[in-house]
Ligand binder design. Sequence first.
Ligand SMILES: [Mn+2]
Length: 306
Amino acid sequence: MYDLIGDIHGHADELVQLLERLDYRKIRGIYRHPDRKAIFLGDYIDRGPKILQTLKIVRGMFEENAALAIMGNHELNALAFHTEDPSRHGTFLRKRNTANIRQHAQTILQLNDKDMESTLNWFRVLPLWLDLEGLRAVHACWDESAMAMISNAIDEHRVITPGFLQPAYQNGNALFASVEVVLKGKDAKLPHNVFVTDKDGHSRNKVRTRWYLSPHGQTYRTYAFQSNALNCDLEIDDAVASKAVPYPLAAKPVFVGHYGLSAVSPDILTDNVACLDFNVTKGGFLCAYRWNGEQKLNNDGFVWTV
Ligand SMILES: [Mn+2]
């Protein structure tokens, strides 16, 4: 059985605390549980103070078969940030503009060149999702058509190559859109003149949607993640509703990270969807779900740091 763990972002102390709380013990340098495995949901790097230590713990467990791990948007971004654009020498597949440098800065500062190279080599073998017996894991959104497109584009050896990254980082390319959905979720454009302030204080006229729900009868407030910030009780537009693919109640439970939810304690999103990212970087906590094979998730499964 599995213990799923949300976005760590370099918070190694909280990770150790959480693993110990889950009864994992360090044996020959690797945290292990006698009869369970961890599944890490992505976003190991950037932001936090102990990125290298986080990578050592997570990668060590992954390579010693004590854990599985998937790709977050920060890992794929790092690969693109450090991959030269073959069509424009001296530039990179992820633009090195101020915002992108700022997002990745702590990783660059904390890892030396050798550690960075080794880390990127590990990121290349991370799967973008897991579809296991009885459960699924993906960083942001389970969407079969986006996943089919990614599967077709990915290398036969299941490794992320420059040939995959180039179209995946080309805005307007269909692969770009599919990777955005799987690693960052689905957006809905807000009605004219409606704006929401994001976590960084930027005003935006789009929101992340609760993609697993049917949009039927929802308002922008109820269909958005962190809808308390959104003061809009208009009904969801047909253009948004028609693109929605709600997650079926009979489908395997799916675990996501990514959304940086604010809460005093974790709550499942629906009976078969749970988000484990409670924004450990900005005053939240690191969160796990101890899964014992159940189809119907419940709040007793959550374990988190103080
Ligand atoms: Mn993320």
